[in-house]
Design a protein around this ligand. Sequence first.
Ligand SMILES: N[C@@H](CCC(=O)N[C@@H](CS)C(=O)NCC(=O)O)C(=O)O
Length: 288
Amino acid sequence: MTDYKLLIADPSYSSWSLRGWLCFAAFGIPVSVRVTRLYTDQFFTDVTAFASHARTVPLAVASDGSQFTDSLTIVEELAQRHPEACLLPADPQQRAHARALMAEMHNSFTNLRADCPMNTRAAYAKTPISEEVEKDLRRLVQLWQTRKGTWLFGEHYSAADAFFAPVAARIAGYALPVTKKARAYVEAHLRHLPFRQFRAWGQTFASQSFYLRDYAVAEWPGPAPLIARAADADVGDSVNKNCPYSGRPVTDFLEMSGRIYGFCNPRCRDKTVLDPAAWPAFMALVAA
Ligand SMILES: N[C@@H](CCC(=O)N[C@@H](CS)C(=O)NCC(=O)O)C(=O)O
């Protein structure tokens, strides 16, 4: 079986990284993920060490030596190598439509992308928008208008949905005006477990003040997280002796509803504190 490695950057901010990551995580394709930082000297070193002909993230490398150095290539290669994962719709007309949507996302919406950079740590009550951003929003609404279910092609999440997850995060975070139907699509992204996992995990990395805006802040408009906190405890206090994610002995703890749960490292504990219900393996432990 092919193994994959994925290099991404700043998970709270790098929209292309979110797309690349979702192409694995939302389709159950195992991948080992590494994270680098944009706008640092380390970035170029990490990228070229990972894949010789790469320049940007996300980039994936397969154990057969193939390098997927662009998000569209990641989709196409994974769709071809893992047909059972259904990254693209099976119906030929829908598949062609999904490809067109991804291509348009890949090469358009530059004003929205520049004026409202993705930042899944912040939400604003109101954002001033230019006519060009309004035009981008109208086009997104038009593209999403034909959707027949929760997702663009019904109830099955496709790679085309993964491609729009970062703009959905922008519409939510910057409170951008869209139609009711488009808003429902944005909310489906905010509820989607892989998106919530990426958002919670992203917040365990360093923040970048560069992305903050001077607008009135609001609560993040996605589902409110269950209340949990990091706890100074030890294995004797913990409901579990082995980490729900790795199976290794627990060393770091959280408290939720008066019970202590353990994890094998601080980052896995912290991502769980940030949104406990986003993690099925943790919630299975809570329910047990
Ligand atoms: N065409 C690329 C675009 C990726 C891209 O622009 N990634 C940004 C991060 S969000 C990047 O690596 N920027 C660093 C740079 O341009 O030097 C793709 O779809 O994967």
